[in-house]
Design a protein around this ligand. Structure first.
Ligand code: ZN
Length: 214
């Protein structure tokens, strides 16, 4: 939704005492009140690959799975499976494994997806797998939006996938990649090294590896 749409929506709900759920359903948007709160809050609008952009009109999230998250092997396989599902999507997608095992898929745009707007507090402590599409502002690692979302929503793990790499920040797996020696540095590595340094300072795990799904 644009800022104007949000304002009009809020105004109509207040003035006419409209049931926001019914209104949202009619308008084809998510009825979560949180979506109003997160728009343009300090520019922390979601998982943008680079630029700070506002949340725009997008498809409502869908429940796609329900898994036993206490089984670590199932969890690992599912994380891989979800990455494969979204890796070639032309827009950002976020597949969110909630703490109760429900799995929801959120839909964004070329340069952003907003699981925080779509799911609100339900997102807290979850695992998120999202893609950076070809042709987006992707820098082959996490954007500042990604890092903010990981911190603000206390995500257990956040994974990003693009056409070359999978990158991961984690609260439970505190493994951090070795620094890339300068002699081996390529155009794909600069952002990843910056993120790696920040993760070390913040006390989280960070890894990035080439994936084989090509
Ligand atoms: Zn991202």
């Amino acid at each position: 939704m644009s800022d104007l749409t949000v304002q009009l929506f809020t105004l109509r709900v207040h003035l006419f005492n409209i049931d926001p759920n019914a209104f949202s359903k009619k308008a084809g948007i998510s009825p979560k009140p949180n979506r109003l709160r997160v728009v343009n809050v300090d520019g922390r609008n979601g998982l943008s690959s680079k630029k700070i952009i506002g949340e725009s009109a997008h498809k409502a999230p869908k429940i796609i799975d329900d898994i036993d998250i206490s089984n670590i092997n199932v969890l690992k396989l599912k994380i891989k499976e979800y990455g494969k599902i979204i890796k070639d999507e032309p827009i950002e997608n976020a597949i969110v494994i909630l703490k109760n095992g429900t799995v929801k898929r959120c839909y964004g745009s070329l340069n952003g997806v907003w699981p925080n707007a779509d799911l609100g507090d339900e997102l807290k402590g979850g695992i998120v797998i999202h893609n950076h599409p070809i042709g987006s502002d992707n820098e082959y690692s996490f954007s500042n939006m990604d890092i903010n979302l990981f911190v603000d929503y206390e995500l257990e793990m956040l994974q990003g996938i693009d056409e070359r790499y999978i990158y991961q920040m984690s609260r439970s797996d505190l493994t951090v990649d070795e620094a890339i020696p300068l002699i081996k540095f390529t155009e794909y590595d600069s952002r990843s090294e910056t993120v790696r340094g920040r993760m070390i300072r913040m006390g989280y795990g960070y890894r990035r590896w080439k994936h084989e799904y090509r």
